[in-house]
Ligand binder design. Sequence first.
Ligand SMILES: [Zn+2]
Length: 214
Amino acid sequence: MSKKKKQQRPPHRTVFAPETGEAPIYWECPTCGYLSGDPAFLDAEHECPFCKGTGTERRTFPTERIRRLDARIRSYHRDGDHEIVVILVMAFLETILEDIIDRIMAAHGADVQLRRMVMDTQRSIGVRIGKVFPALVGEEFEDAAAELGYRDFPYRWRQLREARNAFIHDSPFNGARDTLQPSMGDDAMDLLDQAYKLFVLLNNRFVADGFHGN
Ligand SMILES: [Zn+2]
């Protein structure tokens, strides 16, 4: 008898929200946490493709806080302010990662105090990706991203983070540092769009799937 939870998960396919040039809109099943970009999901009578639940009001993802940050990033990008774009996209990605880790912990049954303690004590982005995430889901962030079709994402994120850090921590002692290249603003925007999709896939795999009540 197999003990692997993965094999017990029913098949489903995540529907992405259309790209509109602003933050996408996803609806969340309040019962299992499943996220869908399918507008039919807005209708509470349309059953959740994952848990088959109906009849409850569905919250939207991302949160208003993320949507506001997204709108500011796109506005700076339109103005060609790529240094601000890179810095804000990094802040955005860190917020998105914090959200997904929080949701996975909640799906494991962790209460608010425990989740807050983990987030307060594990503030480093490297530790959250390299230690907290794998401890929760049983695989590396890089492997999970690759399995979900986003193999380059962790690498590109790391590159941009290094560029951002070099830019922000520039000092007279380090010698002259080039400013961030304009192409990095475009790279950052790509990561922003990919991050929503990867977040939704990670959510549907590690929050909605299989881990509830175990
Ligand atoms: Zn559901």
